[in-house]
Ligand binder design. Structure first.
Ligand code: PGA
Length: 248
């Protein structure tokens, strides 16, 4: 039985006062027993959110991390540093990291492996861009990203990873993939995982859809059998919109 997981990705938005305001409101709204939720916030807001969400069941995630434990990597943050803060999750391979900050399939794999040796659960993002979809290559691209991300990872660890399918052309554009397009790709991801591991392992992995998820399209997306959750950007900035999605 896969428990639905709706996560918010704040990207580079919200100062401290705004983050605190969100947390104070959102924790009065969330009574989650059957849906898991978490906020992926910028580094400076993580400690505040961990503190505010203590005992509420609302998780806190970072948006990126380095795979080395420590070293001369100016500007980077390590997994032990995030563990010390009490962070529950970390995003890996978001398309904006791949597009603007040189994240590759190889660094995604290194980060997943390093996170799986820590107390922090990884959430790995995959997805094709518009030209890849127009060329009919989307399934090859996404299954290739999955194979690379999970390369060398044992089945018992793979089960702990959440996958987010986020077609790049649907992120922040207001263009959602149709529920059927999202379902088809999530099914392809699960088949890829079943081929790498086995059906039982693949069936345990939470697969989210992300890309312009809003209160008015969340339930249609969540109704799809292979979609177990959502990764929500813009609509996660407002606690009232985000709770509507969590309560799809
Ligand atoms: P969006 O972002 O919901 O604003 O499209 C999704 C994401 O990038 O995770």
């Amino acid at each position: 039985m896969r428990i639905p997981f709706i996560a918010g990705n704040w990207k580079m938005y919200k100062d401290m006062a705004q983050a605190r305001g969100f947390a104070l409101k959102f924790k009065t709204l969330y009574h989650g027993t059957d849906v898991k939720t978490a906020i992926f916030a910028p580094y400076p807001q993580l400690a505040l959110l961990v503190e505010e969400f203590k005992g509420t069941g609302i998780g806190v995630g970072a948006q990126n991390v380095h795979f080395e434990k420590e070293g001369a990597f100016t500007g980077e943050v390590s997994i032990p540093m995030l563990e010390e803060l009490g962070v529950d999750y970390c995003l890996v391979g978001h398309s904006e990291r791949r597009q603007y900050f040189g994240e590759t399939d190889e660094t995604v794999n290194l980060k997943l492996k390093a996170l799986l040796q820590s107390s922090i659960l990884p959430l790995v993002c995959v997805g094709e861009n518009l030209s890849e979809r127009e060329a009919g290559k989307e399934k090859d691209i996404v299954s290739g990203q999955i194979k690379a991300a999970f390369s060398g990872i044992a089945g018992e660890d793979a089960e702990k990873v959440t996958v987010a399918y986020e077609p790049v052309w649907a992120i922040g554009t207001g263009k959602t993939a149709t529920a059927q397009q999202a379902q088809d790709m999530c099914e392809c991801i699960r088949q890829t995982l079943a081929a790498m591991y086995d059906e039982e392992t693949a069936d345990k992995i939470i697969i989210q859809y992300g890309g312009s998820v809003k209160p008015d399209n969340a339930s249609e997306i969540m109704d799809m059998p292979e979609i177990d959750g959502a990764l929500v950007g813009g609509a996660s900035l407002d606690p009232l919109k985000f709770i509507e999605i969590v309560n799809f």
